[in-house]
Design a protein around this ligand. Structure first.
Ligand SMILES: Nc1ncnc2c1ncn2[C@@H]1O[C@H](COP(=O)(O)OP(=O)(O)OP(=O)(O)O)[C@@H](O)[C@H]1O
Ligand SMILES: [Mg+2]
Length: 605
């Protein structure tokens, strides 16, 4: 075995960097934490290419003297703790003294800092290869600017695993937005490629800051909670009657530190499950607990904690949130009404101003959904039609001109001379086929038809849009805004005319004609959900996802009565689609029940 030797310090730092700095967002996290610990009231983050090319953090905190700044770049150098008992009572975000040397070992790192108001400052440049630090006089006001360029340039294995600049950027937006939550009086700004993308001026209180992050649509839904159980105080906000498609709007802080903690998220979500809604509420939870009762030194990235008494914490959080949501009894009244079957006379024509429930579509293919279109007159579903309504895509005349090979392409469809005989449970179209009874799920069938249609438009670069009489303003949260902005090109490809308007809002002037005005919000929210959870960001993948979720949103819903003509046209279009058997998400569209089986069941065969 080779002789044992001590590793050189630059290698030690690079090893530590492996745990502390996983990606640009983790470098941003460490640098923001340092600025917060230094008492900064204004923190600016500037990025290029999602932080892969450059991350710069400017703060107006305490700054450092030249000696301190040189020392700060040494491993295990910290101003935050001095002995073991400090470690058990740590109140600062940092304490390990390894963030700066770790980041400096895997990037081109420069620091400019000043601890005076004279304008005199120190600049230190680090060489990632030799670990050498060069210090020279510089100029700036009190505070610190740290610039990290070409992260992981010298660690190709790491660089390879970075996501696209857009995806890295979105993670950073979440980091910046999260750190702003417990510190409402401090200003945070984030610039990406020279554009200001997040501007959080000082807010008057935690609630207003939470609304800056969650989006103002949460205003009327935001319930406060505050409960003290034993040594733990759990307070914050939870959205009532406003749920999101993922847990992305759930933030948990322990003594001001953003954490990913199973105890907290389990307790919070259990409280919410008591209120039987779909989706996940927005939660901003601050847990204040005696630092001696929680170990923050569990992982180098410090995103995990260990509670001495996790059951007490669980109870405090669960009860606080349950109470905010209205308590067990009141909770029952919060449960959303089940979607009501629309009565014939409830149908009203859609107008641009008025938003109709999504179950009430005037017709499958309205000439114009947003202008004063024709009034919808209820049509009774003909239970028994005399004529075959489902016409095969190939009529007799066409059959002569086309060869049989065309027919062979769709052998499974059987004889297409089916006859729509009605609608089952306002959700399934019944088709009398020569071979038996066919059930077609109206929602997924329409989803398939629309998906094909949208994809064809995208591929032909020929988006079709419907101009709205009055543009819609879509208000999003801070992190969501960045996510949505990174998908504007794909949204335009499917027919949206959408622009960033001001702050976190977007102006939508036109939409794909099939999309109802009432469905626009929920579609955009789905795009954001998917985007924030997106790991890979392969372009065609993003396109397909957006197209599929647009088709799903715009497709007629279940529990909606359809007219005979509508059903027939839908089935005919379905049969012409690229795959009449499965929707873009893979769900089956058609179920066939063989006539023979029906006959056998009645002992006729
Ligand atoms: N923006 C800043 N303003 C003032 N001082 C800073 C700043 N950033 C770092 N420092 C000083 O440099 C020291 C080293 O920073 P570093 O992030 O490496 O370690 P830490 O914050 O003490 O611990 P951790 O590794 O847990 O983050 C800090 O203890 C602090 O004194
Ligand atoms: Mg630190």
């Amino acid at each position: 075995m080779p002789r044992i030797h001590l590793l050189p310090s630059d290698l030690v730092n690079q090893i530590a960097a492996g745990e502390v700095v996983e990606r640009p967002a983790s470098a941003v996290k460490e640098l923001i934490e340092n600025a917060i610990d230094a008492g900064a009231t204004t923190i600016d983050v500037l990025l290029e290419a999602g932080g892969r090319k450059r991350i710069e953090i400017r703060d107006n905190g305490s700054g450092m003297s030249e000696d301190d700044a040189l020392l700060a770049l040494e491993r295990h150098a910290t101003s935050k703790i001095a002995n073991f008992s400090d470690l058990t009572r740590v109140r600062t975000l940092g304490f390990r003294g390894e963030a700066l040397p770790s980041i400096a070992s895997v990037s081109r790192f420069t620091l400019i800092t000043s601890d005076t108001n004279t304008g005199a400052a120190t600049e230190i440049e680090c060489d990632p290869l030799t670990g050498q630090r060069t210090s020279r006089p510089s100029a700036r006001d009190r505070g610190t600017t740290i610039s990290v360029r070409e992260l992981f340039e010298n660690v190709p294995a790491r660089r390879k695993f970075l996501r696209s600049p857009d995806a890295e950027f979105r993670s950073i937006v979440t980091v910046v937005a999260s750190y702003a939550l417990p510190l409402p009086s401090r200003a945070f700004r984030l610039e990406h490629n020279g554009r200001l993308v997040l501007d959080l001026p000082p807010a008057v209180n935690a609630r207003e800051r939470a609304l800056q992050i969650l989006g103002s649509e949460a205003r009327e839904h935001l319930a406060d909670f505050d409960a003290q159980i034993g040594a733990a105080r759990a307070y914050g906000f939870v959205t009532r009657n406003l749920r999101f498609g993922s847990k992305r709007n759930q933030y948990f802080f322990v003594n001001g530190r953003l954490v990913k903690d199973r105890v907290l998220s389990h307790a919070a979500n259990r409280a919410c499950e008591a209120f039987d809604f779909d989706g996940h509420p927005g939660i901003v939870l601050f847990l204040e607990i005696d630092p001696e009762l929680v170990d923050v030194n569990v992982h180098p990235a410090k995103t995990e904690v260990r509670f001495r008494d996790s059951s007490q914490v669980h109870v405090a959080v669960e009860q606080a949130i349950k109470r905010a949501l209205g308590g067990a009894e009141e909770g029952a009244t919060l449960i959303r009404d089940a979607p009501q079957a629309p009565l014939a006379n409830q149908h009203s024509a859609l107008s641009t101003q008025h938003s109709a429930p999504s179950t009430q579509h005037p017709s499958l293919f309205p000439p114009n959904r947003y202008d004063s279109g024709p009034r919808w007159t209820p049509e009774f579903t003909p239970l028994f039609q005399r004529e075959a309504l489902v016409q095969p895509p190939l009529g007799n005349t066409l059959a002569e001109t086309r060869t049989t090979s065309v027919l062979e392409e769709e052998p499974q469809l059987g004889d297409l001379q089916g006859r729509v005989i009605g609608q089952y449970r306002m959700s399934y179209i019944l088709v009398d086929m020569p071979g038996g009874l066919r059930l077609v799920d109206q929602h997924v069938a329409h989803e398939r038809v629309l998906y094909d249609r949208y994809l064809a438009r995208v591929e032909a670069r020929d988006p079709v849009s419907q101009t709205l009489l009055t543009p819609i303003l879509y208000e999003s949260g801070a992190a969501e805004c960045a996510a949505l902005e990174s998908h504007l090109a794909e949204l335009r490809e499917v027919g949206f005319d959408i622009e960033r308007f001001s702050g976190n809002s977007f102006a939508i002037a036109s939409v794909p004609p099939e999309l109802l005005r009432t469905d626009i919000d929920s579609f955009l929210r789905k795009v954001i959900d998917a985007s924030l959870e997106e790991k890979s960001s392969h372009l065609t993948h993003v396109r397909e996802r957006i197209t599929a979720s647009l088709a799903c949103q715009a497709a007629i819903k279940v529990h909606r009565p359809l007219g005979g003509e509508e059903m027939a046209r839908l089935v005919a279009e379905l049969l012409r689609s690229s795959n009449p058997f499965a929707c873009p998400h893979g769900r089956p569209i058609i179920v066939d029940i063989k006539h023979l089986d029906i006959e056998r069941h009645f002992h006729r065969k």
